[in-house]
Design a protein around this ligand. Structure first.
Ligand code: UTP
Length: 407
């Protein structure tokens, strides 16, 4: 795209401010800016919801889960099926490490956080050790895809390199960058992050599959014959990755998707709830759940909507391919966005605009069905989200120690 076309194109979209500093740029920077403008997705900013109205939640019903008791009764059968699929190389893992980890306030990629007390023990290391336990049981290494943001790609890849991939075969690890969306002010005007760069941010963890395809890694999926992908977040240090029983139970239940769930501790716990929404298994975010439903209890005193998700899903690749043609909804997050104003970099203290994200929780509805697979939260859920308090470094350390880790 040349300057004249960009000018016309941006005027038509009310975004001409992106060329404010064009005259001050050298040739190379002009090219970078015009290329970025050409690739931008303007639809997200066009459709902003200025009033931030909450979306309607639809008709909700609780979901039946495979309970821990059911699973224990059938554990041998599920594990056998899961290990068979792992041996046949039908399963891969996807580590979501593209987040910004702002609540933790750690400047590097979250996986580089050292959670050890008397020795270094990095979050990435814990996750890779868990993967190695599974491959030792199945006798076969599976591919591990690691999604980073544009900004933390190099640091993440270098960290793995400098730690010799924590003993996992290097050729089985594939890094890729998450796609981005523009960030804008409350009126939908897209910011510049530098005079020649459009402000962009990761498109949310729902972008994991389209970004994997856009980065060309479908070649690996096809070459290896992968039929299932186990997707998980970086920050749960008790995460069980490619858990054979989970894989086996999902495959034998003939669903296209499985979600690990835990019983919520209280109605207000900040986890998405797996339930039926308008007749389909879906995840309703805690802030969208009507209070009276969140608090409703059975006669036995259990929460009716009790199953919270822990960001560990199994997705069938054939069905995922079909979902690529559907558009996941964008959630607009109100954020403080660093940008250029009057030629200077402004780092706002208060929110000044929107970033746009799709969420992995929304993918479940698109899969059509889902096995809710209950796990023991004390053994599989230790998220490192905050510096202190709930879901913090300290609470995760306590849970790790309770599970026999020496820190
Ligand atoms: P969170 O929702 O906790 O977001 O991510 P975050 O960015 O890591 O942390 P905060 O909210 O800024 O404190 C849940 C998981 O999804 C990944 C994260 O890396 C984490 O594993 N994620 C999140 C992405 O991979 N990309 C994103 O754009 C957002």
């Amino acid at each position: 795209m040349d300057y004249e076309r960009a000018k016309l194109f941006l005027s038509q979209r009310n975004q001409i401010q992106l060329l404010d500093y064009y005259d001050q740029l050298d040739e190379e920077k002009r090219r970078i800016l015009l290329d970025e403008i050409e690739k931008l997705n303007f639809t997200v900013v066009k459709n902003i919801n200025k009033s931030n109205d909450k979306k309607k939640v639809g008709k909700l019903k609780p979901i039946q889960a495979k309970s821990i008791e059911d699973i224990d009764k059938n554990r041998e059968k599920y594990e056998e099926e899961g290990l068979k699929l792992l041996r046949e190389n039908k399963v891969g893992a996807v580590l979501l490490a593209g987040g910004q980890g702002s609540r933790l306030g750690f400047s590097k990629p979250k996986g580089m956080f050292d959670i050890g007390e008397t020795r270094p023990l990095f979050i990435f290391e814990i996750l890779m050790n868990n993967i190695k336990e599974v491959t030792a049981a199945s006798g076969r290494n599976f591919p591990v895809f690691i999604m980073t943001s544009v900004d933390n790609y190099d640091e993440t890849a270098e960290f793995f390199n400098s730690h010799d991939f924590f003993g996992y075969p290097k050729d089985k690890v594939h890094f890729y960058k998450q796609d981005t969306e523009p960030a804008c002010d409350f009126d939908g005007k897209i910011f510049l992050s530098e005079k020649h760069r459009v402000s962009q941010s990761p498109n949310g963890n729902g972008g994991w599959y389209s970004s994997l395809i856009n980065s060309g890694l479908n070649r690996v999926l096809e070459r290896e014959g992968i039929e299932w992908l186990n997707v998980f977040g970086v920050d749960n240090v008790l995460q069980k990755i490619c858990d054979p029983a989970f894989i086996g139970a999902t495959s034998l239940s003939r669903t296209f998707c499985g979600a690990k769930v835990v019983k919520k501790t209280c109605p207000k716990e900040k986890v998405g709830i797996l339930c039926e929404q308008d007749g389909k298994p879906s995840i309703v975010e805690y802030y969208e759940m009507p209070q009276e439903l969140a608090q409703k209890r059975t006669r036995k005193g259990e929460l009716v909507y009790r199953y919270g998700v822990i960001l560990n899903y199994l997705f069938n690749v054939h069905v995922l391919n079909a979902t690529l043609s559907w558009k996941l909804p964008y959630h607009q997050a109100v954020k403080a966005i660093t940008h250029i104003e009057n030629g200077e970099t402004v780092v706002p203290k208060a929110p000044n605009g929107y970033k746009f994200e799709t969420l992995v929780v929304d993918m479940v509805k698109y899969m059509g069905n889902c096995l809710a697979y209950e796990v023991d939260r004390n053994k599989e859920f230790a998220p490192v989200k905050n510096k202190e308090g709930v879901d913090s470094v300290n609470s995760a350390r306590e849970l790790l120690k309770a599970n026999g880790y020496e820190l």
